[in-house]
Design a protein around this ligand. Structure first.
Ligand code: SAM
Length: 475
């Protein structure tokens, strides 16, 4: 059951699910860090990006296509992951990713440049203390000044009731016959048989019964990687801050964008109790308790927050572009946020829809355009940030929109290849957009429609959303 030593205890006999994570995009990380007071990154200039433990590197390959002027590196010790990732890059015609089939330790020995971004998604809680130390050494040695690190991990107290399930699952899987996926399936079935109120643990922790149902509905390869590694450690956020401080980094925000706005997370009583705490460290920890947080997507910066005034931070935020990556109708007078539902003035939303229909804009420009009688610029700014936090608007790499280039085509070769791959695979996919600076989600039907339109089918209307998001050019 346990993987070999060469994999440092990390599971190697089943591959990880092939998933895209929008939070790993440079534009997204830039937004999160600027919100926290870090200096902005010039995303239109060459930069360097490293994905540690990339798995199939879906996000990194799409991001490489979205930033063709940047240099991407992706590292994983599982040869099956690196082979599949290289095949995907070739299929999409993406040439600016260097793949490293290597452990983090081996990567330390390689001749690498300094990186502006280092990302680790789904790594830190699933590798042992020695590997975490190597990760910190890599970050300390290879992150550029003012560079950003994205680090996701499981945190307490959100796992406090459920953590014992993992031990039960691990032991059941170790005792079962077959390969990892068969053992995982067998462990889930046995846990379900045990998960009745006759077992006091389940009776005393009703939330665990829901967790068990969710586990039973999850893919086996995901469950194997999440629960059956040699290491599975739940961290406290302040301990991770201490770890990163040893590598010379400071916390600057969360890539779970709503987590950057306490008012969207907790009620007034909780906010007052938090405010009474004597320092920022305690407030950081207490917030995890206020929302019973179980997963964090932290963004850290090297040295970039020192000496910046509030005015500079606001100016940097106003320079960032945002837009609507989904249908414009999704910009509604109500937005769901962690604490409930936010309501906006209908006239404000109508005006915002009109602007976003044209494409993405700098935040400062939107505030300027929507300002006017009876509207307070600070409130407009806050509404925009809340709409981004609620996932209605999205950070973009730059301002822009519909590209009337005079031909029916995808904007570039990698967007064309991604559309073709999505239609051929008949599944949901992410196509790169240089304008968004991220992957744009689309279904197979939308991809097929885009391809028909490109082929000149006059009965097919131009897929307006893809044109607005810089995936297609129009006539
Ligand atoms: C949970 S998966 C996450 C994959 C990817 N980051 C994602 O989120 O889709 C963890 C990945 O880290 C890799 N990994 C684990 N320990 C490693 C190590 N010491 N050196 C290099 N890669 C490692 C595994 O092979 C696996 O692909």
């Amino acid at each position: 059951m346990q993987a070999s030593d060469s994999f440092s205890g990390y599971l190697s006999d089943v591959t990880f699910p092939d998933r895209f994570h929008r939070e790993l995009s440079p534009a997204w990380l830039n937004y999160a860090s600027v919100l926290g007071g870090a200096s902005p990154k010039a995303l239109d200039r060459p930069f360097r990006y490293l994905d540690l433990g990339c798995g199939f590197a879906y996000s990194t390959i799409v991001n490489a296509a979205a930033y063709p002027h940047a240099e991407f590196h992706a590292c994983d010790l599982n040869p099956a992951h690196i082979e599949a990732a290289s095949r995907r890059a070739t299929r999409l015609g993406v040439r600016n990713v260097a793949f490293h089939e290597a452990s983090f330790e081996a990567l330390l020995e390689r001749d690498l440049p300094a990186f502006d971004f280092i990302v680790l998604h789904g790594i830190y809680s699933w590798v042992d203390a020695d590997v975490r130390r190597v990760v910190r050494q890599l970050v300390a040695e290879r992150l550029a000044e003012e560079g950003l690190v994205y680090l996701s991990y499981n945190c307490q107290p959100g796992w406090s009731a459920e953590a014992p399930l993992r031990k039960l699952m691990l032991e059941l899987a170790q005792a079962a016959p077959g390969d990892v996926e068969a053992r995982t399936g067998s462990a889930i079935a046995r846990m379900q048989a045990l998960g009745t109120p006759s077992f006091r643990y389940f009776r005393d922790n009703p939330a665990v019964a829901d967790a068990l149902s969710a586990l039973a509905a999850s893919p086996l390869d995901y469950l194997a990687h999440e629960y059956l590694n040699g290491t599975w450690e739940i961290h406290y956020s302040v301990d991770v801050i201490d770890d990163m401080a040893r590598a010379g980094l400071a916390y600057t925000g969360s890539a779970t964008l709503a987590d950057n706005h306490p008012t969207l997370l907790m009620d007034r009583q909780a906010a007052e109790a938090m405010a009474a705490l004597p320092n920022a460290r305690l407030r950081h920890l207490a917030e995890d308790f206020a929302v019973n947080r179980r997963f964090r997507r932290d963004v850290f910066v090297r040295g970039g927050r020192t000496g910046r005034s509030q005015a500079q931070a606001l100016q940097a935020l106003e320079e960032i572009s945002i837009g609507c990556a989904s249908e414009i109708e999704r910009i509604d007078i109500r937005a769901t946020i962690p604490r409930g539902v936010l309501s906006f003035q209908p006239e404000f939303i109508a005006d915002l829809r009109g602007l976003m229909q044209q494409g993405s804009m700098r935040i400062g420009e939107i505030v300027g355009q929507l300002g006017g009688e009876g509207r307070n610029p600070r409130e407009i700014l806050q509404n925009l940030l809340f709409l981004v936090a609620g996932g209605i608007l999205t950070p973009f790499a730059r301002a822009g929109g519909y590209n009337a280039a005079g031909a029916r085509r995808a904007v570039n070769a990698s967007a064309a290849a991604a559309l073709a791959a999505s239609a051929a695979d008949a599944g949901n996919a992410y196509v790169p957009s240089e304008l968004v600076g991220n992957g744009v989600a689309l279904g197979a039907d939308e991809a097929a429609q885009a391809l028909q339109w490109i082929a000149g089918d006059q009965t097919v209307p131009c897929p307006a959303r893809l044109a607005r998001l810089g995936v297609l050019c129009g006539t």
